[in-house]
Design a protein around this ligand. Structure first.
Ligand SMILES: NC(=O)C1=CN([C@@H]2O[C@H](COP(=O)(O)OP(=O)(O)OC[C@H]3O[C@@H](n4cnc5c(N)ncnc54)[C@H](OP(=O)(O)O)[C@@H]3O)[C@@H](O)[C@H]2O)C=CC1
Ligand SMILES: CC(C)=CCC[C@@H](C)[C@H]1CC[C@H]2C3=C(CC[C@]12C)[C@@]1(C)CCC(=O)C[C@@H]1CC3
Length: 350
């Protein structure tokens, strides 16, 4: 038996998988979250807002290890919410860790802290943070990571390390596959934005979980990982549109085939986001998934080197991309196209 450890955000997509990974490895697990999304007799839930120190202290008392993987959803455009939770809330988490004598803190950061809409090819962790982040999510993930890594060097603080995953996917993800399928159902997935050759990282959730647990187990006084950030990916960059096409085909939808110029779509998304901002005092309009950030993510290269995680954490992905895509498709029976048939889907679309 190891632990006890606390997963802040343990009811979310990644957090729940992390809890399962920790239980498999015999950790004693507590979850701190706004809500309880599942039930397990082995897990103690503490419901509360991470911006409230007293609520956190109730969960952290007696714990030696904390994983912080809570964040507002990246699709939100609520500046105040991002600053309150990702920056001020993370400061509160650090303070609560100090007051409770928590030894180790593992932060879930994001590889997108260096992304500003331009190509990223095999970037290491030495690449500087984005100078002009494209949205409040990225802006506050940068501030959060700096805050946590800096705290790791103070004498009274917990030892800290940040894991930077990219494009997490897998069973129960409310974001990637459901958004993709909703777009396909509305007939919005007919076009490939740009030349369709952009290569990106998508990372299976179990690999991200492994990265977090290895980081926690390597983090100790004098370890080279203290105060550092690590990319954790599937280490198998893939064409963005090939990945999307495989997901869509696997669920019985037609993959996009026709091309549309990147600059045209990007300019349109930018104008739409300005319009939403200008009209906000009068009516609440939302660009939904059609934001400049998402258009850029769909059309640029963004893949990262995880050599440092391999060297310092002993990280090696345990689920290949091929297996991960198959497992994910199988996990969403409700999102399948109504005429889906696993035996004839190749014939339908080819
Ligand atoms: N998904 C991805 O592709 C990537 C995610 N990440 C990072 O991974 C982490 C987990 O992401 P993911 O699992 O996808 O997100 P989820 O939204 O599924 O999980 C986040 C959890 O945190 C909770 N939460 C939000 N605000 C608070 C708060 N103030 N106090 C307590 N709990 C709170 C959420 O509750 P509720 O749902 O009620 O808001 C939710 O249960 C995040 O830090 C994200 O930045 C990094 C790279 C890629
Ligand atoms: C064509 C198209 C836009 C399809 C929809 C898929 C998108 C919903 C995902 C494709 C890349 C994903 C991604 C994230 C969210 C979901 C996507 C935009 C993040 C922004 C999630 C949070 C992060 O930290 C970075 C991720 C990068 C990739």
């Amino acid at each position: 038996m190891k632990g006890p450890c606390v997963v802040i955000g343990g009811s979310g997509f990644l957090g729940h998988h992390l809890v399962e990974g920790l239980l498999l490895r015999d950790y004693v697990v507590r979850v701190f979250d706004l809500r309880q999304s599942f039930h397990d007799d082995r897990v103690t839930f503490f419901l509360g807002d991470l911006c409230e120190k007293q609520a956190l202290i109730a969960a952290l008392t007696g714990a030696t290890l904390v994983f912080h993987c809570a964040s507002p959803p990246p699709s939100s455009n609520d500046r105040n919410l991002f600053y309150r939770v990702n920056l001020l809330g993370t400061r509160t988490v650090l303070q609560a860790c100090r007051e409770c004598g928590v030894q180790n803190l593992v932060l879930t950061s994001s590889a997108s802290v260096i992304y500003e809409g331009k190509d990223i090819r095999n970037a290491s962790e030495d690449v500087p943070y984005a100078r002009t982040p494209m949205d409040y999510y990225t802006e506050t993930k940068i501030l959060q990571e700096k805050e946590v890594l800096h705290a790791g060097s103070s004498k009274d603080g917990p030892l800290t390390v940040a894991i930077r995953p990219h494009g997490i996917f897998g069973p129960r993800d409310p974001q990637l596959v459901p958004v993709l399928v909703r777009a396909a159902q509305k007939g919005q997935m007919k076009f490939i934005i740009g030349d369709g050759k952009n290569v990106v990282d998508f990372t299976y959730v179990d690999n991200v979980v492994l990265g977090h647990i290895l980081a926690a187990e390597t983090l100790e006084e004098g370890s080279p990982i203290c105060g550092k950030a690590y990319h954790v990916t599937n280490d198998e960059p893939i064409s963005f549109w090939n990945f999307m096409g495989q997901m869509l085909q696997g669920l019985g939808y037609e993959p996009p085939r026709r091309h549309i110029p990147y600059l045209l779509v990007y300019s349109f998304a930018l104008i739409l986001s300005w319009l939403c901002m200008l009209l906000r005092p009068l009516i609440h309009l939302s660009p939904g998934t059609f934001t400049p950030m998402r258009v850029a993510l769909a059309s640029t290269h963004h893949y990262y080197s995880c050599e440092n995680a391999k060297r310092d954490l002993g990280y090696k992905p345990i689920v290949s991309l091929e297996e991960a895509i198959a497992k994910t498709i199988r996990s969403y029976p409700k999102l399948r196209h109504r005429s889906y048939s696993s035996s004839n889907r190749e014939r339908i679309w080819k």
